[in-house]
Design a protein around this ligand. Structure first.
Ligand code: NAD
Length: 358
C-alpha cells in the first residue's frame, strides 16, 4: 500500500522551502520507484485567508491519515492581531495535540565548513552532532490546574508541572532507541535536586536503562546542561528532557550551529508516524524573495524517510548529498560569506544532481 505524505507548506518561506523538499521527494519517488502518494493542503494564515480557520477539518483528517507530514512554517504579522483560535500558530499546536506527537527530535549538527557561523570557537564546536529528544505534549506547558488569580491580595499566577509514568516511559524509550542508532550515549536532563517530578523522572529512566545495556546513561541538572552545551557540547550524543527544559536546551543547541536555515526536526507519535519541519519560522523579512535556505526542510524530508516512511537508504542519500553540497562550497544567502550565493530554487536542483552522481 502506498505511504501517504501530506505537505503543509503554511506561510511565508514555508511555501518556498516545502517546494524545494517536494522537488527532491518527486525525484527520488520517480528515480527509485517508491510507492508514495503525496497531497498538499493549506494551513496557518494561508488557510485562514481562504477558509476562515488556520486548520480546516479536512486538513486535520488528512493529517491523521498520513504516514508523514512535511510542515513548512506558519505565522506572519498579517495575522498577529487575531484571537488565538484563528492564529496560524494554533494550527501547529492543534496538529501536535490531535496527532499525539509527544516526541520531538531536534538534531543539532555542524558542517565544519560552516563553523565560522557559530558563536563558539572552532575547537569547541567542530564535529558537533547531537540529538535532543524533547517531550512535547505534557509537563508544565499543559499541566492543570493553571491560571492567573487577580482578585486576591496579592494577586498570583500558577502552573502545574506533572508527568505520569507512562509519559516518561514512552519518551525515554524513543531516546534510548535513538541512542542505540547513534553513539549509544544518553544524558537525561532534569532538576532532581529541587523538583519531585524530576526525581520521579530520574528514577524511571534509571530503571529503564537495564533494558538498554548497550546505552551509557548519565543524568545532568538542566542548569548544568545549559552551561555544558556552551562549554563542551561534544560530550553529548542524545539528550532527553521534559517539555520545558527540552524547549530551552534545544534552542541553545540550535544556536550553537549559527545557521537556523540548516536544522530539521521531527515530532513523532508512538507508532513513529510524524510531522517533520524545519526549526525556523516563516521569515516574513525574506518571504517571496527566493532567498530562503531550504536545507532544513530538505533535511526534514530526510528525517521523514528515516523515521516514518522506512526508507533509510533514501534518507542517507539525501544526508550525504547535503554534506557534499556544503563541502563543494554551495551557499545560500544566510550562510554565504560573500555576494556569491544560490537562490532557494537552485538548491533542490543541485541536491538532485549530487544524488544522481552518487
Ligand atoms: P524566523 O525563524 O521566521 O526568522 C528569524 C530570522 O532567521 C529572520 O531574519 C529570517 O530571515 C531568518 N531565517 C529563518 N529561516 C531562514 C531560512 N530558512 N533561510 C534563511 N534565513 C532564515 O523567526 P521569527 O522572525 O521570530 O518569526 C517569524 C514568524 O514565524 C512569526 O510569525 C512566528 O510566530 C513564526 N514562527 C513559526 C514557527 C513554525 O511554524 N514552526 C517557528 C518559529 C516562528
Amino acid at each position: 500500500m502506498s505511504k501517504k505524505v501530506l505537505v503543509l507548506p503554511g506561510d511565508g518561506i514555508g511555501q518556498e522551502v516545502t517546494a524545494s523538499a517536494v522537488e527532491v521527494l518527486d525525484f527520488i519517488t520517480d528515480e527509485y520507484n517508491l510507492d508514495f502518494s503525496v497531497a498538499s493542503m493549506s494551513v496557518g494564515g494561508t488557510a485562514f485567508n481562504k477558509y476562515g480557520t488556520p486548520i480546516p477539518n479536512e486538513v486535520l483528517n488528512a493529517a491523521k491519515d498520513a504516514d508523514a507530514i512535511l510542515f513548512g512554517a506558519v505565522g506572519g504579522t498579517e495575522w498577529d492581531h487575531l484571537d488565538w483560535k484563528d492564529r496560524p500558530e494554533n494550527a501547529l499546536l492543534t496538529l501536535r495535540k490531535e496527532l499525539n506527537l509527544f516526541a520531538n527530535l531536534r538534531p543539532a549538527f555542524l558542517f565544519n565548513e560552516l563553523s565560522e557561523a557559530s558563536p563558539l570557537k572552532k575547537e569547541i564546536i567542530n564535529n558537533l552532532d547531537i540529538l535532543i529528544v524533547r517531550e512535547l505534549t505534557g509537563g508544565i506547558y499543559f499541566g492543570e490546574p493553571r491560571g492567573i488569580v487577580s482578585n486576591k491580595e496579592p494577586n498570583y499566577a500558577f502552573n502545574t508541572m506533572i508527568y505520569n509514568e507512562e509519559e516518561i516511559r514512552r519518551i525515554a524509550k524513543v531516546a534510548f532507541e535513538s541512542a542505540q542508532k547513534r553513539n549509544k550515549k544518553l544524558c537525561s536532563v532534569e532538576k532532581a535536586n529541587v523538583l519531585e517530578v524530576s526525581k520521579f523522572w530520574r528514577s524511571i529512566v534509571t530503571e529503564m536503562s537495564s533494558d538498554y545495556p548497550d546505552v551509557e546513561l548519565s543524568h545532568q541538572l538542566a542548569d548544568n546542561t545549559a552551561m555544558q552545551l556552551v562549554l563542551n557540547p561534544n560530550q553529548f550524543d542524545v539528550i532527553v528532557s521534559s517539555n520545558l527544559f527540552g524547549d530551552i536546551l534545544s534552542d541553545i543547541a540550535a544556536t550553537l550551529t549559527g545557521s537556523i536555515g540548516m536544522l530539521p526536526s521531527a515530532s513523532l507519535d508512538s507508532s513513529f508516524k510524524g510531522m517533520f519541519e524545519p526549526c525556523h519560522g516563516s521569515a516574513p523579512d525574506i518571504a517571496g524573495k527566493n532567498l530562503a535556505n531550504p536545507l532544513a526542510m530538505i533535511s526534514s524530508l530526510s528525517m521523514a524517510l528515516r523515521y516514518s516512511l522506512n526508507e533509510i537508504d533514501m534518507s542517507d542519500k539525501i544526508d550525504n548529498a547535503i554534506k557534499k553540497f556544503i563541502q563543494a562550497g554551495n551557499r545560500t544567502m544566510d550562510i554565504a560569506t560573500d555576494e556569491d550565493y544560490l537562490m532557494t530554487s537552485d538548491v533542490a536542483k543541485k541536491i538532485i544532481e549530487i544524488i544522481k552522481d552518487e
